[in-house]
Design a protein around this ligand. Structure first.
Ligand code: PLP
Length: 379
């Protein structure tokens, strides 16, 4: 393959060599962790160790970590079974208009079965305040779901503060956070937010696709989403994906062993934004991002779909928003109330600790060249 200049780490990340090696090793030991003979017991022992690694990174105990197939599963499980758990309290949900589709579409599905959902609107910077969350609470609110890091703007939402404020008002409200873009990308363990339920996903942190985890705080009696053989302490049936789990733990360990990763990523984002602003005077920064790995810019008058394609032809990978939009305008930027010509030209850039200045320079010159060669809707 030709060289790739990859700026779409929020969509997915390359599998880390440590994760690939751990996966290959685990695939060789193919025992089913539920089997009673040595081969199975060995597989179960490894899954236990891997769970401990993930728990340490989350800041919780291993019995609070349940492996899932992806972030989408974690979000579905938390929301669907979370509201059920609190069904006696009521049928009202509070979430934000800028959640990932895994939360938004689940909320829409719950609306179809009789739940009422309040979607909090962000301001023009993509921020949601704690006051908005508490003002939306009602006596019949069963669950609040507020993402930790927005996947299109890189804005860090005040989850810990919101958990505290919500619980102070009403201890019985369940609090879920979709922390798929926050896991190992923020300088605090996710469980320190105090949320009852936390969703994470492996493929954003160098593990392969097909693995994630849901943190369920001790004492929260969440029912399973998947029923069957009773794996994961009866809460998530399905034979454990031992290879993916091993890779997930290896990716977590590798990240945890590299404390400089957040600063390096942020430095590359800052460098890229500075260079872009210098090279393209008409470029607007939609969000500089609070986290080091995500920011959003726009080239007003250009169509981001076309820019993404032209850059892609040059081996430069950026996104016009969440990879899940597939060409539709971003609901996040739209909810921020940005003018249409800003929405049309929006680009999400996302980084990793391995991003280099040379790669960033290629992005800047490719974008400058693309802007020069394309007609704008303004011209
Ligand atoms: N939540 C957020 C914020 C995301 O960015 C994503 C993936 O882009 C998901 C959930 C879904 O995760 P997965 O792809 O593991 O299903």
């Amino acid at each position: 393959m030709d060289e790739l200049f990859y700026f779409d780490y929020a969509a997915t990340s390359p599998v880390r060599p440590e994760a690939a090696a751990a996966m290959m090793e685990a695939l060789g030991r193919f025992g089913n962790p539920s089997s009673r003979y040595g081969y199975g017991r060995e597989a179960a022992r490894r899954v236990k160790e891997d769970r401990e690694v993930v728990a340490r990174a989350l800041g919780c105990t291993p019995d609070e970590v349940y492996f899932t197939s992806c972030g989408t599963e974690g979000d579905n499980w938390a929301l669907r079974r979370g509201v059920e758990l609190n069904r006696r309290k009521g049928r009202h949900i509070v979430t934000t208009a800028i959640e990932h589709a895994a939360v938004l579409e689940t909320c829409r599905d719950l609306e179809r079965s009789g739940y009422e959902v309040t979607y909090l609107k962000p301001d023009r910077a993509g921020r949601i305040t704690v006051e908005q969350v508490t003002a939306a609470l009602r006596p019949d609110t069963a669950l609040v779901s507020m993402m930790l890091v927005n996947n299109e703007t890189g804005v860090l939402l005040p989850v810990a503060e919101a958990v505290r404020a919500v619980k102070a008002r009403d201890q019985a409200v369940l609090f879920h956070t979709d922390a798929v873009q926050g896991f190992l990308k923020v300088p605090f363990p996710l469980c320190s937010t105090g949320a009852d339920l936390i969703t994470v996903s492996g493929h954003k942190i160098g593990a392969p696709k097909g693995i994630g985890a849901l943190y369920v705080k001790k004492g929260v009696k969440l029912a399973p989403l998947l029923t069957g053989g009773g794996q994961e302490d009866g809460l998530r049936s399905g034979t454990e994906a031992t290879g993916q789990i091993a890779a997930f733990a290896a990716a977590v360990s590798a990240a945890a062993a590299d404390p400089g990763r957040l600063d390096r990523t942020a430095a590359m984002k800052d460098y890229t934004l500075t260079q872009l602003k210098a090279a393209l005077p008409n470029l607007e920064v939609l969000s500089a991002g609070d986290v080091g790995h995500i920011c959003a810019v726009t080239l007003p008058g250009y169509k981001s779909e076309v820019v993404v394609r032209v850059l892609g032809d040059r081996g430069v990978c950026v996104s016009s928003g969440s990879a899940c939009h597939k060409g539709r305008p971003s609901h996040v930027f739209a909810a921020m109330g940005l003018p249409k010509r800003w929405l049309d030209g929006a680009l999400r850039l996302s980084f990793s600790p391995e991003t280099t200045r040379e790669q960033a320079d290629v992005l800047v010159s490719a974008l400058k060249e693309a802007a020069g060669s394309l007609f704008t809707t303004l011209s």
